[in-house]
Design a protein around this ligand. Structure first.
Ligand code: ADE
Length: 330
């Protein structure tokens, strides 16, 4: 096997040029045909980047189309009621991001006449847009030569350089490699490489366009073991009457998913009966076994009956949606 050539941190930049052209040639012929890649509209790119921070590409695609059907422009998003924005976000989880997008859309309309800031610095002024998102939108929608670093890019940079880069050093390395003539494509190519070839556990080095320029060829061990999952059991009541289902609203000041709707929690039945069904649900480091009981008496007061037709428009928690799907109410 040929000895890998390291990319020097300084000096002649021919290695960097080879890296850029090999990566971009690969991206041009292998990139996934993702819906947001058909557009340079900053609103669409913003939406895709925020959704991609929440979940996998496959899950984003369906939500992306549905969200754009309901709110096709930043103007329509700004004019929407918060409850409908949250309902469109339902299933993606982490509603704070949807709330911040909604707030930012209002600012874009009120203070900027509906026009997006076209620079990374301008974008960072908006709520919910941090360093990564601003650089992604600025490079993809506006061709600004700014590099991005996300988890995938971090892994690629570490493996290619053979160094455990972190913090500012990662951003500096990404900037050094960036193709300033095609910054949006370069950034997406780096993320794509990390997502489909330079994967965490068993990288597909044989399919890698920059293997010749890689210091480790997949040999850099994973930095941290995944956290051990805690196990919990949780019980919910699924009460249905004439096609309506009984839901309760989470407290407005709850730290997680405030104001969202869910099934009422119940204490575990002790009468020897069995739940209607059981499912698994993971939230960060906790793996829940969820037991769903039909017609159990909910604890606590409040709540309302919601018709099946209205369920689609209610801002449900991800878990409530999952339960209602399994119960074929959705
Ligand atoms: N991950 C987040 N945004 C992405 C993009 N635009 N292309 C590839 N992977 C991504």
């Amino acid at each position: 096997m040929k000895k890998p050539q390291l990319i020097p941190a300084s000096g002649p930049d021919s290695q960097q040029r080879r890296f850029r052209s090999a990566l971009l040639a690969w991206y041009d012929s292998h990139r996934r045909n993702l819906p947001w890649r058909a557009s340079r509209d900053p609103y669409r790119i913003w939406l895709s980047e925020i959704m991609l921070q929440q979940t996998r590409v496959a899950a984003v695609i369906a939500h992306y189309h549905e969200f754009l059907r309901r709110f096709p422009t930043v103007q329509r998003l700004a004019a929407a009621r918060e409850a409908s924005v949250l309902a469109a976000w339902s299933g993606l989880g982490y509603y704070r991001r949807a709330r911040m997008m909604h707030a930012a859309a209002k600012v874009i309309l009120r203070e900027r006449g509906g026009k997006f800031p076209a620079t990374e610095a301008g974008l960072r002024q908006l709520s919910g847009i941090g360093r990564y998102t601003a650089a992604a939108i600025a490079s993809i929608a506006f061709d600004e030569p700014v590099a991005v670093v996300d988890g995938n890019v971090e892994r690629v940079l570490q493996r290619v350089s053979g160094k455990r880069l972190s913090g500012e050093k990662l951003w500096a390395e990404a900037k050094r490699l960036l193709d300033v003539k095609r910054p949006g494509d370069f950034n997406q190519a780096m993320m794509e490489l990390g997502a489909v070839v330079c994967t965490p556990r068993t990288p597909g080095c044989l399919a890698c366009p920059v293997i010749e320029l890689c210091a480790t060829r997949g040999e850099l061990a994973a930095t941290s073991k995944p956290a051990l999952q805690k196990k919990r059991e949780i019980h919910y009541a699924l009460n249905c009457k004439n096609g309506d289902v009984f839901l309760v609203q989470r407290a407005r000041d709850a730290s997680l998913m405030p104001g969202m709707w869910e099934l009422p929690e119940v204490t575990r039945a002790s009468d020897g009966t069995s739940p209607s069904f059981t499912l698994k649900h993971a939230i960060t480091v906790t793996g829940y076994t969820v037991r769903v009981w039909s017609n159990a008496a909910p604890t606590g007061a409040g709540g309302k009956w919601v018709s099946r037709e209205r369920l689609e428009r209610v801002a449900l928690t991800g878990l409530a949606r999952k339960i209602l799907r399994k119960a074929e109410m959705l």
